[in-house]
Design a binder for this molecule. Structure first.
Ligand code: GAP
Length: 445
């Protein structure tokens, strides 16, 4: 595994690196920002896209028992009645009688306001779903909700997907998309926000096989994070106590990561039983049972759900990759991302901006662009450019120098070892693939 000297870093360090290098900016910053809302910059968008692509590849493209969908954020309001979200998707809210700040009751330690010491009013249940209106009339019959989870689209499309894809149980439906929750206390950078992206998969199975599938998907989830470089000692699987289970779940466990403020959830793997399909069948009047033609019996499938946050996972990858080497002005900040998670896999750095080098450097860049996510950087000194690429975690830098014009060779510099090797341009693609493969193997958490 790539050597990391640091066991932990502060969130402030990451927030400032994220802004400086174009990972994450505060939303609407020129207007003073919108609290707890974040925008991904040119580097961050690549990181988050890679996280989502890695998940989609492992979950959908590399398996023949999971298919994908991309459903709308707005759904029929009855979906949220049937799913229980309208009644039960609430947090207990208390308001200070003095300063009128509001808190989640289960997140405060004590009976008085942590800000001003004032007394709290009676707690009330606050529904986390955002409401809006569909069409030009703003009355209750036009109320629709921004989905608080992507999962419900998999349940209401169960029959459409099963019949059109001809999948037999057990099989899963996966989706990546935005969800919205009007969290009472968002915070910790992109960890808890009101708009976020989820990567969820509903795995439909025969009743009685659900416990085994729950075990299978818990192991799969832990392995997935390790495969893409999160250190094993920073991960744990925490089984929910009975009193914290979501309203739909028979058993749940969280994959947790050790964030700078403590352990926090990246993913929940739940055994949702037949709760959702039965609830939608009852509310819609549509039969959502399945005929098992091998067993010659009809049943309502049980569902096991791995539900992961894309933003939280991207944050965990960022924090876990952070490392510092050396001290003082010689200190090197390096993000030791797995090559499939790194925003860019390779950067092409011409030694000088001179016209004599640029055409060759551009030719090398074009060659690499076809196969890798590559960046071209010809500003500032070569040393500074290496540092910049280290700070965004680019595994390999390819330097084009004046000798290249004579020997048609370039230098590959490795992010982790800082070793440099000279290779002919003709062999460059193969040499890069080989180094990336070695780094992939080294990165396993
Ligand atoms: N369909 C089940 C479900 O939504 P969840 O545990 O509420 O389960 C799944 O959410 C994942 O979505 C969480 O593990 C987390 O990574 C992410 N998530 C949930 N709320 C979030 C928020 N307010 N901000 C960022 N990510 C969030």
């Amino acid at each position: 595994m790539a050597k990391r000297t640091l066991t932990g870093t502060t969130l402030d360090t990451i927030v400032s690196l994220a802004k400086r290098r174009g990972f994450v900016f505060q939303s609407s910053e020129i207007y003073g920002g919108l609290s707890s809302v974040w925008d991904y910059g040119p580097v961050g968008v690549e990181l988050k896209r890679n996280v989502k692509d890695a998940w989609w590849k492992s979950m959908v493209r590399e398996r023949d028992d999971v298919v994908g969908i991309d459903a709308s954020i707005l759904m029929h309001p009855d979906v949220w009645v049937a799913s229980g979200h309208l009644d039960s998707f609430t947090d207990p809210l208390v308001e200070c009688q003095e300063c009128h700040r509001r808190f989640r009751q289960d997140q405060i330690e004590g009976d008085t306001c942590p800000d001003c010491g004032g007394a709290f009013g009676e707690p009330r249940q606050f529904n986390l779903m955002f409401k809006t209106f569909m069409g030009p009339v703003e009355d209750s019959s036009a109320t629709v909700y921004l989905r608080p989870e992507t999962a419900q689209a998999m349940f209401v499309n169960f029959e459409n997907v099963q019949t059109s894809s001809r999948k037999k149980i057990p099989f899963g439906i996966a989706q990546i998309g935005k969800s919205f929750r009007n969290e009472i206390t968002p915070g910790n950078f992109t960890f808890r926000t009101r708009e976020f992206e989820q990567m969820e998969m509903e795995f439909f199975c025969e009743p009685g096989t659900d416990d085994d599938w729950h075990d299978y998907w818990m192991n799969f989830s832990m392995d997935w994070f390790k495969k893409f470089g999160i250190r094993g000692e920073k991960l744990m699987l925490r089984v929910h106590d009975a009193d914290e289970l979501p309203h739909y779940s028979k058993a749940s466990a969280d994959v947790e990561y050790e964030f700078p403020w403590g352990w926090g959830e990246l993913e929940t793997i739940s055994n949702r039983t037949d709760f959702d399909l039965k609830a939608h069948a009852e509310k819609s009047g549509k039969d959502l049972s399945y005929f098992d033609d091998q067993k010659k019996e009809r049943y309502v499938p049980f569902v096991v759900e791995p539900a992961m946050g894309a933003d939280r996972s991207a944050l965990a990858f960022l924090l876990d990759a952070y490392d510092e080497e050396g001290e003082g002005k010689d200190m090197r900040v390096v993000l030791r991302f797995h090559p499939d998670i790194a925003p860019f896999q390779v950067a092409v750095l011409p030694l000088s901006k001179k016209d004599t080098l640029s055409p060759t450097a551009r030719r090398v860049y074009d060659l690499l662009l076809a196969n890798f996510n590559a960046q071209y950087d010809d500003t500032q000194s070569i040393g500074r450019r290496y540092r910049r690429q280290d700070e965004i975690g680019t595994p390999l830098c390819v330097t084009v120098d004046f000798d290249t014009l004579d020997d048609d060779s370039v230098t590959i510099r490795n992010r982790d070892t800082m070793e440099q090797v000279r290779v002919p341009i003709d062999n460059l693609e193969a040499a890069i693939r080989e180094q990336l493969n070695t780094m992939r193997a080294d990165c396993q958490g």
